[in-house]
Ligand binder design. Structure first.
Ligand code: MN
Ligand code: MN
Length: 321
């Protein structure tokens, strides 16, 4: 089957990358194309943070440096923007003064997008946004496997009595039955916890853990093998807190922890599972005020690109099957 003609990014050999509108990777806006297969959408929201604020500026910061991204991805041997129509859907409006209303707004906006778009990659925003995004993914697919890259478990119960925060989305998601409790995983966990019970609770909530230390001792390939064995081909939602990276690779984030992954290791891990059934993804917790030389945004923009490439390959393969 001859692929349809898709509207690609602005040609950087004719218009300087740093000129014009800063859509993700210089892609067209969603209102400039007939039909979008994969949408990039921002959620500028950080009312759920427990330490450094500022992730509300994450989407604009990541888009700004993403203008350097080129259209062929050699690591996955694919031109994602030719395979399917990818477009930038702008930002979801989330009330900064009312967290519960914001969470509802995010879920409703994601549901609305899902009416016309098959897959969404979201740029946060703090990790609170994963909860409404998982509610929307569950509405489409039923319980999804969550593959969660983070220094932190994010399965704590409450902060100051509040159940909805950036440290609690995956406990709430598990309690609500949104996730597949046989196959969900955390990747890159490290750093101090409140007590050993945090890990015991986490297991009860349906997660298996690949720690940062495991990656150091056994290598990325062993970690990829573990992910593939546990996840299989079930509908998979990938949530990436940029603090899974070491602070040397991602200083611009709210709750940094020493001893994390390199950006090379994270990209390799994603390439190792690129053919799985990824139905949605988010990249969160980029806080530009603590970023230097756009280090964190460079990593986040490439992580988004790797996810989009993987999803585009699968979408195109299913279309052409
Ligand atoms: Mn984290
Ligand atoms: Mn997190």
């Amino acid at each position: 089957m001859v692929p349809e003609q898709h509207v690609g990014p602005v040609d950087a050999s004719k218009t300087p990358r740093y000129a014009g509108f800063a859509t993700y990777a210089k892609l067209p806006r969603i209102d400039e194309v007939e039909k979008t297969d994969i949408a990039i959408v921002g959620v500028p929201f950080d009312t759920g943070v427990s330490f450094r604020p500022g992730a509300r500026f994450g989407p604009a910061h990541v888009r700004e440096i993403s203008r350097l991204i080129r259209p062929y991805n050699p690591a996955q041997d694919a031109s994602p923007f030719e395979l399917v129509q990818v477009a930038d859907a702008g930002d979801i409006v989330a009330n900064p003064f009312n967290l519960d209303e914001a969470v509802m707004q995010i879920e409703e906006a994601a549901n609305e997008l899902h009416e016309s778009v098959e897959k969404i990659v979201t740029i946060g925003g703090d990790h609170t946004i994963a909860l409404p995004l998982l509610r929307s993914a569950h509405k489409q697919h039923g319980p999804v496997v969550v593959l969660h890259f983070d220094a932190h478990l994010d399965t704590w119960d409450t902060y100051f009595g509040a159940p909805t925060t950036h440290g609690t989305p995956f406990r709430r998601a598990s309690e609500e039955g949104l996730i597949d409790m046989e196959s969900s995983m955390h990747f890159g966990i490290r750093g101090p916890l409140y007590s050993k019970k945090d890990l015991e609770d986490d297991t009860m909530l349906g997660f298996s853990v690949i720690t940062s230390e495991y990656v150091e001792e056994n290598g990325i390939q062993a970690a990829i093998d573990r992910m593939r064995a546990r996840i299989g081909d079930k509908p998979l939602y990938i949530s990436i807190d940029i603090d899974v990276l070491d602070p040397s690779h991602a200083p611009g984030t709210g709750t940094p922890e020493a001893g994390g992954l390199t950006s090379r290791e994270l990209l390799r891990a994603l390439r190792g599972i690129a053919d799985l059934n990824i139905v949605g993804a988010d990249v969160v917790e980029v806080a530009p005020a603590y970023d230097h030389a756009q280090v964190t945004a460079v990593a986040a923009s490439h992580v988004v690109y790797e996810l989009v490439t993987a999803m585009a390959r699968r979408t195109a393969a299913e279309r052409d099957a």
